[in-house]
Design a protein around this ligand. Structure first.
Ligand SMILES: [Zn+2]
Ligand SMILES: [Zn+2]
Length: 155
């Protein structure tokens, strides 16, 4: 049964946003149901899609609370508690330079070639400059962690 529909005793305002939350849930379900593939590229794509939906849902709640001020603090806390959004990611978005951060992994990983942060955090202009110096083109399209196409604040 749907996680959204199971929610009881939600603070006021939940009913207004529950259709949107339900849509996000449906999208996640659809991706989860997609056929598992042995090909790693496929399963990576699936993971990216899931992360993207989680990102969009957190962004939706973040905007409702911090930007549009349409939901109460009580409801916001409730949504965090029920894992409808990622409070750690939202905390980052509130910091300068992290406004467009795609996911937390992209600022934590050290298995990447660009030092501690993921290549998706490097501003496009800087990538282009670096490529130009080497006499090449920017080859970066999507990062390995979440499929981000670039999330520097200046992009
Ligand atoms: Zn990113
Ligand atoms: Zn990344």
């Amino acid at each position: 049964m749907s996680h959204v529909k199971k929610i009881k005793n939600a603070p006021e305002g939940f009913n207004k946003i529950s259709p949107v939350l339900f849509d996000f849930e449906k999208k996640l379900d659809e991706v989860h149901k997609e056929k598992e593939s042995r090909l790693s590229a496929k399963s990576q794509e699936k993971l990216w899609k899931i992360m993207q939906i989680h990102h969009e849902r957190s962004l939706y709640i973040y905007k409702l609370y911090y930007k549009r001020k349409l939901i109460s603090r009580e409801l916001y806390q409730f949504l965090i508690k029920h894992k409808f959004c990622d409070k750690h990611l939202i905390a980052k978005w509130r910091k300068q330079g992290y406004e467009k951060l795609c996911c937390l992994r992209c600022i934590q990983s050290d298995e990447t070639t660009h030092g501690k942060t993921c290549i998706c955090r490097v501003p496009r202009a800087q990538l282009e400059l670096e490529a130009e110096k080497k006499g090449t083109e920017v080859t970066f399209k999507q990062c390995v962690h979440c499929g981000c196409r670039g999330c520097a604040s200046t992009d």
